[in-house]
Every structure is written in C-alpha cells, then in structure tokens.
Design a protein around this ligand. Sequence first.
Ligand code: BEZ
Ligand code: FE
Length: 297
Amino acid sequence: MNAHEKGYFTEENSVEVVTGRNANASSERLKQVMEVITRKLHEAVKELEPTQDEWMEAIQFLTRTGHMCNEWRQEFILLSDVLGVSMLVDAINHRKPSGASESTVLGPFHVADAPELPMGANICLDRKGEDMVIGGRILDTEGRPIADAVIDVWQANDEGFYDVQQKGIQPDFNLRGVFRTGEDGRYWFRAVKPKFYPIPDDGPVGQLLGSLGRHPYRPAHLHYIIRADGYETLTTHIFDPHDPYIHSDTVFGVKESLLAEFELTNDAVRARQYGFEDRFWEVRHDFVLARVGQLRS
Ligand code: BEZ
Ligand code: FE
C-alpha cells in the first residue's frame, strides 16, 4: 500500500480514501480543487442519500446538458448562471475599489467584431421599437473623465431577441456598436427601449427551472464592456428598475448600482433633433473605472 493510501473504501472514510489517491496530482491547485469538490460532493450525497434511480436521473440531466451544447449554445454556462455560480465567480474576481462601477455577467450574446460607430449613432438598424437616447460619462474613481475609453454595447430588441438569435430576421449587428470617448469622457448613442426576455429555455436548464417553479426571464437591460488603457475592463449592464422581473432575474445579475432611470420624454422638438418622431426614452448613466492595481478600499 502506498503511503497515501488509506485502506478500503467505506461510507465513513470515503473522502479520505478518494482524496488520498490524488497525492500525485500534476499541480497543487488541481489537488486542492479535487479535495474540496470531493469533500462537498460526498457531504451532499451523504445528506441526500439518493436512490440509484435518482442518481441516474442526475447523470442523465448532465448528459442532456452536454448534448445541448454546440458552437452557439453553452448549456453548462446557463446551468452555472441559474445556480448563481456565474455571478459568484464574477463577484470574487471583480472586487472593486469604492466608487468604481460594479460588474455583472457577460452572457452568451456578445460578438467580438461589432462595428465602431461615430458618437450618437443609432444602433437600431431596423428602427423597430420605442426610440431611446442614452448617454453619460466614463470616469475614474476621482471623477475625472477618461478619454479614449472604448465602449462596446449590445442589447435585445423590443421583442426580447438579440440579432444572433434572429439571423435573417434582424439585420446583422442590429443593436450593437462600439464607441470611443473624447477628452470629456462622454458617450451617447441612440437605440430602442429593451424588453425583458427569457434565457434560452428549450433545453434541460429550462426544464429544471420549470420543475423548480422558476421563470426563465431576465429584466430589460443593456450590456456594456468598457475598456481603457491603464484601467480594469468593466463588463456590466444597466437595468430598467421598473421592469416586472427586476427583483427575480433568473441569473441573479441585478445590482442596486446598475439600475438606471428610463425617462419618457414628450418633447417633439428634441425628438426631431434626434431624428425621432415624437416621444422617446432618455437614459443617463455614468460608469467609473478602477485603475489597474487600484486597491479595494
Ligand atoms: C444575457 O444577458 O444576454 C444573458 C445572460 C445570461 C444567460 C443568458 C443571457
Ligand atoms: Fe442580455
């Protein structure tokens, strides 16, 4: 028997026997990860005492989850999202200094090559939906404007679909754009008011949500990735606080600081200046970037 072996497997010593086998793991981190996961998993099995049929059901759920994955669909990430694990990993990896904008989940609908547009451009290419103008400033934690910040935005349309979910129905790159700030750190663009939408729920994760009595919806939001030299990249959203799902986002992505006021403006003169017909929604939201290496206070 090798020094690390603890004897035959029993219900009582299961964790020590299994983790003892990993003594020659290729890295200390892998050994630690497997030690913690084995300990927590065995603890769960001992508490739940699943029947053989229940365990097989769990295996089949994971198998269906894997089969659902392809180039466009990542069911395991959706599973991590609805379990709150994606937001937990995000929180652990983005502890911010005070005053810096908070992050939230990236989601599966970002595309890397959206076009860079002049400030003020309308990202809604099919003009469907309620007009909206949105703007604010990109600042550092001392309130100074950040020039040359690159703002990558994307959102669902007024029916709750991203362009990549409706190829041939929405124009390519509909409701996406990249903007670059000038010396004043200001950004603005035109779009349409986004709507709540379900995460892809035609697979095992959607079935799980149904069995748990949970809905699959995310409250209306706009996505942002903001990059600037010398600053931590910020991946975040802004949310409509009046959305019916604002308190029950299925992926737990909402944070108080990410709520932005969406104001309905009935001003025909200003509407026409923006190229809109009459009334439009107006949103203002500033983002604050942390400097690389800036300590959390
Ligand atoms: C999204 O906001 O695009 C999203 C986030 C998590 C899961 C599905 C969609
Ligand atoms: Fe989204």
